[in-house]
Design a protein around this ligand. Structure first.
Ligand code: SAM
Length: 323
């Protein structure tokens, strides 16, 4: 339904302020936490929060709390969102203020990536031990095997393969297996694990989950295990992972349900404290994977984390367009 004139005025009024337009332009890139926006915009949290409140009241942005952090993203769909999209699209890509904001955002990410890279390098050898801090690994792995299905798989791709546990777990069912990771230290350990497991058809490559450079529909089993909560733009990673799924294939995303263990941000570089089903299913559906099964593995102790497995397959529409 089209906007009434007074609604259009509200939308334009909300967007029609320099800082708020900058915020909208940043959120058009990806969802951001308030503190991240403050750093890029270089304004105090109360001021940025006031702007965000106005944008949310006008229906232009959505607020979603994640532990003690609050994230914002552009509202999805609807006339107001489209109007904002059109306005942003008509702004010169070389606009000096927005370009500077984009550069500052890249600098924030570069800093975060360096911290995370250092964290993974430092913890590479201990990673298997860290993984098992959370829940019973045996139970999770049994559930992952069940969610993957019996196979055999033609090609397995493990994105953010870390020390290679998913490759050694699922690799024996796959003709070929490929693990991609940004950390050379992780890749080195994974190479040892894969060799010990005697997985001859398994390759490990340096690569970025956001731009894998692999062909579309490359694999019949794609796995993203305990990676999304570290990422700046988990939706983009889901999209790239989904792109790799062949017709009749499956994407397994394993991560945490929403939780409140705030210290994981400080001590373990987590950015998101878990993911809600609704959010994950929306990302998957937007990427063409509409058949989704969800499994939940609650922790053994109350302070622990619930592990979720989202097993997603291409819907009919995508299968047809592939045919
Ligand atoms: C928590 S570990 C999980 C590793 C493995 N999937 C597992 O469960 O054992 C997260 C891994 O994601 C990798 N990673 C982080 N950002 C990445 C990116 N943009 N592209 C590829 N790998 C990334 C890290 O280097 C790290 O090895």
């Amino acid at each position: 339904m089209r906007l009434r004139a007074d609604q259009a005025v509200d939308v334009l009024r909300a967007a029609g302020e320099p800082t708020r337009l900058r915020i909208l332009a940043l959120l058009a890139r990806e969802e951001l936490a308030v503190l991240e926006l403050c750093r890029v915009i270089d304004q105090s949290q109360p001021r940025v929060s006031r702007h965000l409140k106005l944008l949310a009241e006008a229906g232009l942005v959505e607020r979603f709390p994640d532990g003690a952090w609050v994230f914002y993203r552009l509202t999805h769909g609807g006339q107001a969102a489209e109007l904002i999209g059109e306005i942003l699209a008509r702004i010169d890509a070389a606009d000096p203020v927005l370009t500077r904001d984009a550069e500052r955002l890249s600098a924030v990410w570069a800093e975060r990536a360096a911290d995370a890279g250092e964290y993974f390098a430092r913890n590479a050898a201990r990673w298997d031990e860290i993984r098992s801090l959370y829940v019973s690994e045996a139970a999770v792995e049994t559930a992952i095997l069940a969610a993957a299905g019996t196979g055999p798989f033609h090609r397995l791709v493990d994105l953010g393969s870390g020390t290679g546990r998913m490759l050694t777990l699922l690799g024996p069912k796959a003709g070929q297996a490929l693990g991609l990771d940004l950390s050379q230290q992780m890749l080195n350990i994974a190479r040892n694990h894969v060799a010990e497991a005697g997985l001859a058809g398994c390759e490990l490559r340096h690569g970025d989950i956001f731009a894998t450079r692999l062909p579309s529909e490359y694999a019949d089993l794609v796995v993203v295990h305990q990676v999304l909560h570290y990422l700046a733009d988990p939706a983009a990673a889901v999209k790239e992972a989904a792109r790799l799924v062949a017709p009749g294939g499956k994407l397994l995303i394993v991560d945490f349900a929403p939780h409140k263990l705030e210290y994981l941000r400080e001590q373990h570089q987590h950015r998101r404290l878990g993911f809600a089903d609704g959010e994950m299913k929306r990302w998957l559906a937007e990427a063409g994977l509409t058949k989704v099964e969800v499994d939940a593995l609650p922790p053994a102790r109350t302070e622990g984390l619930t592990v979720k497995i989202w097993a997603a397959e291409p819907g009919r529409a995508r299968q047809r367009s592939a045919a």
